[in-house]
Design a protein around this ligand. Sequence first.
Ligand code: HEM
Length: 332
Amino acid sequence: MNSFVKTFMVASVCVALAGVIIQEVIERHKAEISQILDENPSLKVASETAQEIFPVFRFLRPIFTYFPSLRKVLSFLQPTPESTPTTGSTSHTTPPTSIKKMKEKLFTPEQLKAYDGKDGNKGPYLAILGRVYNVRKGKKHYGPGGGYEFFSGRDASRAYVSGDFTEAGLIDDVSGLSSTDYIGLDEWVKFYNTDYKYVGKLIGRYYDENGEPTPYYYDTQRWIAQAFAEKENDNQEKKMFPPCNSEWNPETGSRLWCTKRSGGIERDWVGVPRKLFMPGQSKSRCACVKNFGPPSHDPKRINHDRGDLDHPNLQEYPKCVPDQPECYVKLD
Ligand code: HEM
C-alpha cells in the first residue's frame, strides 16, 4: 500500500471517529443544546446544516463500538449525573412529561439575576414557586422595556396574585394568601409549564442547594391543596344551597328571590330564600333551599317532603312568607 492510500485511510477513520463522537455528544446533550440554540437564533442555521450531516455517522457507530478501546472513548461521553432530581411537584403543579425527562439546572439568586434579557445578557428567565422558566419567547413582556420586566431574573411569586409590583411586593414569600390567590398561583405555574420552557430550580425558599424541596415548598403545596379542597367544598355547598337573586330599592327595601338559575346554579327546582350561616361565623348569606322531597344528604329517605329546610344552619327571614320564593327584607 503506498503512503498516499495509507494517509487517506487514516484520515478517513479519524474524520469518521470524530463524527461519531460529535453525534454522540449531540444525542446526549440535546436539552442543553436546544436551550443554547433558543438563546442564539444565529446558531440555528449552522445547527440545521449539521443535523443533516451528522446522522451519516450514526451508521458508523456499530463499527467503532465493536472495538473495546473505542467503546471506552464513547463511554466518556456518558451524561454527567443529574445535578438535581426531577421535580417533586404535586398533582396541582405537575409539569408535562417532557419537562421531567429534561435535565434541570440549579440557579443561585445571583445567577438568575443575570438572566434579565438585557443586551448581552442571557434570558430573560423568571422563577415562580422556585421553578425557573426561559421566557425568551415572551421578551416583549419580560425583556427590557416590557410591561412585566420586573418578573425577570427573580422569583416574585407573591406579586403574580397580589398585583403589588413594587420592590416590597416582588417577593417569593406566599404565606397568608387567600384560597383564591393560592389557586391563582397554581394557575400561573400551569401557564408557565404550558407556554414556556422549564429550565430548573432556584436555590432558596423552595429548593435547597441540592435541588431538594424545602419544608417551605411542602407548606406551599399544602396551602394550594387546601385551597382546592375549600373550593370543592364551596362548590358542593353552592349546589345544595344556591345563592338567591337580590336587588335593592329605596322604597321597597331589599328583594330576595329564587329561580331555577339563581346564583348561577342550574337546577330543576326553585327553592325558598333562607339565611344560611357558616359554622363558626356570625355572618349569613341568602340561600335558595329546596323545600320538597328528601333531604340532599339522605336522598332515599321516605316520608320526608321538606327538602333541606330542616338543615341546622338555616334560619327564616323575619316577616317573609316561609313557602314563597320571594321576599322583601332589610338586609343586615
Ligand atoms: C395581578 C395582576 C396582574 C399580573 C400578575 C399580570 C401579569 C401578566 C403577565 C405575566 C403577562 C405576560 C403573559 C405572557 O407571558 O404571555 C401579562 C400579559 C398581559 N396583561 Fe397582565 N397582569 C396583571 C393584571 C393585568 C391587568 C389589570 C390588565 C389590564 C388592565 C392586564 C393586561 C394584560 C394584557 C393585555 C396582557 C397581554 C399583552 C399581550 O399579549 O401583548 N394585566 N400579564
